[in-house]
Design a protein. Structure first.
Length: 452
């Protein structure tokens, strides 16, 4: 266990984007967990660290226990400096989780880690609600680093640059092929092998060596375009060497705080309307859709079952059902399930119970993953995984890797998909994939292939 980091307050407010650009953008291993541009609530963290040689070290962390008592910094709650006070920032890919769950898993791509965790050595925490800032670092660094933040914040933030000339995009499936896979999902549902399946595809963007002399994709500028176009409360960029995850995720997967675990599955999507009346009608349509509500409650039931494996009996409950959350590109149908963790449950045990998330597999989970492996015929990679932070005190906050871009030497990829039920309409499901992939692809400067 590393020594706890010292914490120093910063005088005045600072823009997380300006601080990241001034202090961390040029480093080999850095992170920016982002509440969004102009956020009025939530937290952002920007900083740097070292990559863990053995990423499984995070699995050994014991989840934050019930902190009842006088301690103002009890596990997962923290003081005014926030819940994350030091630990790990990173991601987990889908294939690693599927394999651990006993499902067949495609071979991951070489050079793109399925698990990547950075040990946070120094970082800056921003509370958007109180407009306060803190620095976390070793005792010999924290004070001086805190004194640099006001000057860093005064550096002018350059305007977001337009994307370069459109790069080539190749979809794993043509739209008619994807529609055919939807019918095969419905066949499996009819046979009783599943009752919901999250069918996905991939859009591959070529650059660098794979793109006839094109420059590699710039992760930072791409992320700045992504957050400007589709801001989200769990956005983020994690860079390590030549690989980066850029996300505008609207789905909080798992959070652990003070002995309680919560999951927030999203199932049900509508695009935003072109005017206020059309937008309100689309939100109302989503809230009333029998198909979307059925799809959502199936995953809620699955997540209740998953959390019951690591929670005290009788404590798992549905806190929120069928809430419509609206984002710049889409409306989403969101629910919340929570439970009180058994004493001593580790992060690895929690992940083995709940990951991959039911919203990205379908149900029953093992059967769904097996069917999808046969249908999709390729790795999901980091897409459909999760990313965020795991604190040394056992608190954690992990979002789903959706509405995201994975950048690597030679290109990038964007995954997208949707939940298929017996009542799914193939044309509508194909259109939903396009709605979800359009924003991330546009941030790279790419357009959807024809038909999507």
């Amino acid at each position: 266990m590393s020594h706890p980091l010292a914490v120093e307050p910063v005088d005045g407010w600072a823009d997380p984007e300006a601080v990241y650009l001034a202090l961390f953008a040029g480093l080999e291993h850095s992170f920016w967990l982002d509440a969004g541009p102009d956020a009025a609530v939530g937290w952002s963290w920007v900083g740097a660290g070292e990559r863990a040689p053995d990423p499984s070290v995070v699995r050994d962390v014991v989840c934050a226990p019930d902190g009842a008592g006088p301690d103002p910094h009890r596990a997962g709650v923290g003081g005014p400096e926030g819940r994350f006070r030091g630990g790990w920032i990173g991601w987990l890919g889908y294939e690693d989780g599927a394999g651990r769950a006993g499902a067949p898993a495609a071979r991951p791509e070489a050079g793109i880690p399925q698990q990547l965790w950075l040990r946070a050595e120094r970082f800056v925490a921003f509370d958007h609600a109180s407009r306060r800032v803190w620095v976390f670092a070793s005792r010999d660094v924290a004070h001086d680093l805190a004194r640099t933040i006001p000057a860093a914040a005064r550096h002018p933030v350059p305007p977001v640059q337009p994307a370069p000339s459109p790069p080539p995009v190749v979809s794993r499936h043509e739209p008619d092929q994807y529609a055919g896979l939807i019918q095969r999902c419905r066949d499996a549902i009819r046979e009783g092998d599943a009752y919901q399946l999250c069918l996905t595809t991939r859009f591959t963007v070529e650059s660098g060596a794979g793109g006839a002399g094109r420059a590699d994709i710039d992760p930072l500028e791409t992320y700045r375009r992504l957050r400007a176009r589709t801001p989200a409360h769990h956005g983020g960029m994690i860079r390590s060497g030549g690989v980066a995850l850029l996300s505008a995720s609207p789905e909080l997967f798992l959070e652990v705080q003070d002995g309680v675990v919560r999951t927030h599955p999203i199932k049900g999507t509508r695009p935003r309307g072109t005017d206020a009346a059309a937008d309100a009608a689309l939100a109302a349509e989503l809230a009333a859709s029998e198909k979307e509500r059925a799809e959502n409650v199936m995953i809620v039931d699955l997540m209740r079952n998953d959390l019951s494996r690591v929670c005290d009996p009788g404590t798992v409950a549905v806190d929120r059902l069928f809430a419509v959350e609206s984002y710049p590109a889409v409306h989403q149908l969101v629910s919340t399930v929570s439970g009180r963790l058994r004493a001593g449950v580790g992060v690895g045990e929690l992940l083995d119970a709940a990951f991959p998330a039911g919203s990205m597999t379908g149900a029953p989970k093992l059967s769904a993953m097996t069917i999808l492996h046969d249908l999709e015929r390729g790795p999901r990679g980091v897409f459909s995984g999760c990313f965020g932070w795991v604190g040394d005190d056992g608190a954690l906050d992990l979002a789903m890797v959706i509405r995201s871009i994975v950048v690597h030497p030679g290109g990038a990829y964007v995954g997208a998909g949707g939940g298929i039920t017996w009542r799914s309409d193939a044309a509508a499901e194909v259109a939903e994939v396009g709605v979800k992939a359009r924003g991330p692809l546009a941030a790279v400067g790419a357009a959807l292939p024809p038909g999507w």
